[in-house]
Design a protein around this ligand. Structure first.
Ligand code: TRP
Length: 335
């Protein structure tokens, strides 16, 4: 019997930060330990090209993100971990899907619409600097998902529309060519807190408020010391609601530690003390992985090998399935 399939992609732009760790990496690695699911995790380097034209950044980010997942304990015997660009069937499927996707569907994509709106607001041509890559982004993402007939796709809220589009595209394909694709469902985990950044807004590279995951200890401590608090003095009772520092602490704490920290706030813990405890807690959770990360980063050939092994396993699924899909649309041998 085939297992339940879970799949998700990580765009390879930028350095992993604590928000990525808490919101995506940690829950995905935990989920992959479940024996009842087949998990596919991949580095979406084709998606990265849409946002980034610096080859050095694409390569470095792929390396760092792969090293992060491996260092944090992704079990690559269980999960299939690969790079999107190592699976040529994904680009092939993208074209077949492009040919059945309504342009009107793509016109409605939030990311594209936001880019158009920005142009209009700036008095530019509506399509100024918008590539076909950005416009067709949801089709590539649909191919990522449909290639492996994923049932569930864990994503952030901002990606839910892309999942609806993937279902729409799958349905249309099935309607024309027979039942080939499973309709995937987005999984948005509301229990996984959106981690605030140092300024209290969502931790995000675009707000420049991140705490990078792999800072050396001293710098990690320094970065945590920069989390914005208020001017209450030690001894004055403090609120945990609306405290970015508390939310960041809570994302790493046990129930017991959370309760104790809440009490400490009520009792007037000083901000410096609270930050120190936050640093110690985070550092304890990641320090072992940091050593593994550093060893991996120093050995790109090992990472390359692991990714190629993952790609070979992914292609055991993709190659025969793509043959079936080509046949379905009539790309067939003439014999
Ligand atoms: N677009 C996703 C993001 O920015 C990344 C991604 C690419 C993805 N392909 C995917 C996520 C397939 C889930 C499934 O977060």
């Amino acid at each position: 019997m085939s297992k339940f399939t879970v799949l998700t992609g990580i765009t390879t732009t930028g350095r992993p930060h604590l928000g990525n760790y808490v919101g995506a990496i940690r829950p995905a690695i935990e989920a992959s330990r479940n024996d009842d699911v087949a998990s596919f995790y991949f580095l979406a380097d084709y998606h990265a090209l849409i946002k980034c034209r610096d080859p050095q950044i694409i390569r470095q980010s792929t390396l760092e993100i792969a090293a992060s997942w491996l260092a944090l304990g992704l079990d690559t015997d269980k999960a299939i971990f690969y790079r999107q660009s190592d699976i040529p069937e994904i680009s092939e499927l993208t074209w077949l899907l492009t040919c059945i996707t309504a342009k009107g569907l793509m016109n409605r994509a939030h990311a594209y619409k936001a880019a158009v709106q920005e142009n209009v607001a700036a008095g530019e041509d509506p399509d100024f600097a918008i590539s076909m890559g950005l416009f067709s982004y949801p089709i590539l993402m649909a191919a990522d998902i449909l290639m492996f007939n994923a049932h569930r796709v864990p994503v952030g809220r901002d990606q839910v529309q892309h999942l609806e589009m993937a279902r729409d595209i799958a349905q249309r394909f099935n309607h024309h060519f027979g039942e080939h694709f499973i309709l995937p469902a987005a999984v948005v985990d509301d229990d996984v807190a959106v981690l605030p950044g140092r300024d209290g807004r969502k931790m995000s590279k675009s707000y420049n408020n991140t705490i990078p995951l792999w800072l050396p200890e001293k710098q990690l401590r320094k970065s945590i010391m920069k989390i914005v608090t208020n001017s209450l003095e030690p001894g004055e009772p403090k609120q945990t609601t609306d405290s970015a520092l508390y939310s960041i602490y809570a994302a790493f704490a046990s129930d017991e530690q959370r309760a104790e920290m809440k009490q400490a706030y009520a009792d007037g813990i000083g901000w410096g003390d609270a930050k120190q405890q936050c640093y110690e807690l985070i550092n304890a959770e990641i320090s072992e992985a940091r050593e593994k990360y550093e060893a991996l980063i120093a050995d790109p050939a090992l990472i390359e090998t692991r990714l190629r092994e993952g790609a070979a396993r992914a292609r055991e699924v993709a190659t025969p399935f793509m043959r079936q899909i080509r046949d379905a649309v009539g790309i067939r041998s003439l014999e």
